[in-house]
Design a protein around this ligand. Sequence first.
Ligand code: GTP
Ligand code: MG
Length: 462
Amino acid sequence: MLDDTIAAIATPIGEGGLAVIRISGTKALGIADSIFSPVGKHSAKPSAAASHTIQFGHIARDGKTIDEVLVAVMRAPRTFTREDVVEITCHGGILPAKMVLDAALVAGARLAEPGEFTRRAFLNGRIDLAQAEAVADLIHSRTELALSAANEQLAGKLSQRINELRDDMLKTLAHVEAYIDFPEEDIAEETKDQLLGRLERGVAFMDELLQTANEGQILRRGIRAAIIGRPNAGKSSLLNQLLGHDRAIVSPIPGTTRDTIEETANIRGLPVVFIDTAGLREARDEIEIEGIRRSRESLQKAEFILHVLDVSEPLTDADKNYLTEFADKKRILVRNKIDLPPKLNLPDGTGQCGNSNLPMVNVCCISGKGIEPLKDAIKNLIWSGEIKTEMLQVMINSRHQDALTRARDAAMRTIAALRSGATLELAAMDLRIAVNAVGEIVGKTATEDLLDMIFSQFCIGK
Ligand SMILES: Nc1nc2c(ncn2[C@@H]2O[C@H](COP(=O)(O)OP(=O)(O)OP(=O)(O)O)[C@@H](O)[C@H]2O)c(=O)[nH]1
Ligand SMILES: [Mg+2]
C-alpha cells in the first residue's frame, strides 16, 4: 500500500481564503509535474525544483487553467510522511480545491483515507503511535491546556518514558530467560531481589501513569456538566455567564428553555461541556414534555451537576425533589439572585452529601458576581490538586490506560511467580505479555486492526 501515491484536500471543505491539496508518495513530483505549469523565470517544474522550495504557476486540466497556485516541494526523507510530498495551495472555495484534487487523481494519485498521511509518518518511522495520537489530540484540542498536553506528547515526552519502562522490563526479561537457558544454575537470592526491585519500580511507574488517565480523558474529551433547577431559577443566565456570551434565551417567563443547549466553555484551562436544561416541572404541552425528557436524558449522561437555586424565592417542592433526586451525583449548589432580598431557607443538611459538604457558591447572574469563584469550584470538583506541567507531559488516553492495566496485571503476576519460586518459564511468559502491552502504546507491537481504529478517527488529509 505504501507504493502508491496518495492525495487529499488538507483544509476544511468550505469557502476560505486558501485551500491546500496534499500529495505524498513516490510519484508525487511526477504527478505535480503533469498538472502544474510554472510561471515566470523563478519557478520550476516540481521535479526540477530544489527541496523545500515554493513554486508559482497554474494548475491545468485538459488544457484549461483551473487555478493560480503555489506549490511546495518537499523531498523525502525530510517530510511529514518521509516520502516525497507536494502541497498545492490554491484559492479557497469548494470548487477550485476539488478540481485541483481531481487533476491529481486523474494524473495517478489515489484518494487518501482518513489519517493516512499520519499513518505513513508512523509506518515510515517518523513518529511513534503515541505521537500520532497526539496529532489528533492537537487538532481536536479545545483549550490551551489541552493543546500544550498534546504538544508534549507529540514531542515524544510520553513515548520516552514508555520506552524507558519497556527497555527496563526487557532487561529483566533477558535476565530471567538467561536462567531458563542454563537450568543447572539456580537464580541467586541477591539477583532475584534485584529483579524484583526493578519490576516493582516498573509497576510503581505504571501506577503513576495510570493516575493521569482521568485527567487525560477530561482534557481530550471535555467533561459534561448539566445545569439544573426549577423554572426561572436562572439556569440559562448562568450558562451565558460561564460562556461569556449570550447563547441561551433568558426571560422572566418560567419555561423559557425547552430544548437542551450544549456549549463548551474553557474553565481554568479545562474544556467543560455545559448543558442548559428545561426546568423540570409538570409539563403544560407536548413540546415541554419532550424538553423535559431530553433534560432527564442529559442529566443521566452528565458527570456533574450545577444545581441553581433562586434565593429570592422560598424553597418549593420542585427544589426539594432536585435535592433528593440527584443526591448521588457530584454537584455544586449555585445560590443565584443574591442581589435580591433573600427568602430561601435551605433545609438542614442540604449542603451535605454523605459526610462531606457540598460546594456552595453565591452568584448574581445579572452582574456576574461570584462567577469567578464558581469557576474555581468547578475546577476543584473535577481536577484534584494543581494542574502541574510534569503531569501534562504524560497525560495518558484510554487506549494507553487499557494497555498499561494489562501490563501492570502481567507484571504483578511475574512478581508473584518470582516470589513464590514458581518456574521461571511462567515468570518469563507473563513478563513478555507485560513488555508487549507496554509496546502497544508506542506502536512497537501494533496490529492492523489497532492502526485502523486509531487512524480512522482522523480527518481526511491529515
Ligand atoms: N435579579 C436577578 N435576576 C436574575 C438573576 N439571574 C437571572 N435572573 C432573571 O431570572 C429570570 C429567569 O432567568 P433564566 O436564566 O431565563 O432562568 P432559567 O432557569 O433558564 O428558566 P427556564 O428556562 O424557564 O427554566 C430572567 O428574567 C433573568 O433575568 C440574578 O442573579 N438576579
Ligand atoms: Mg432557561
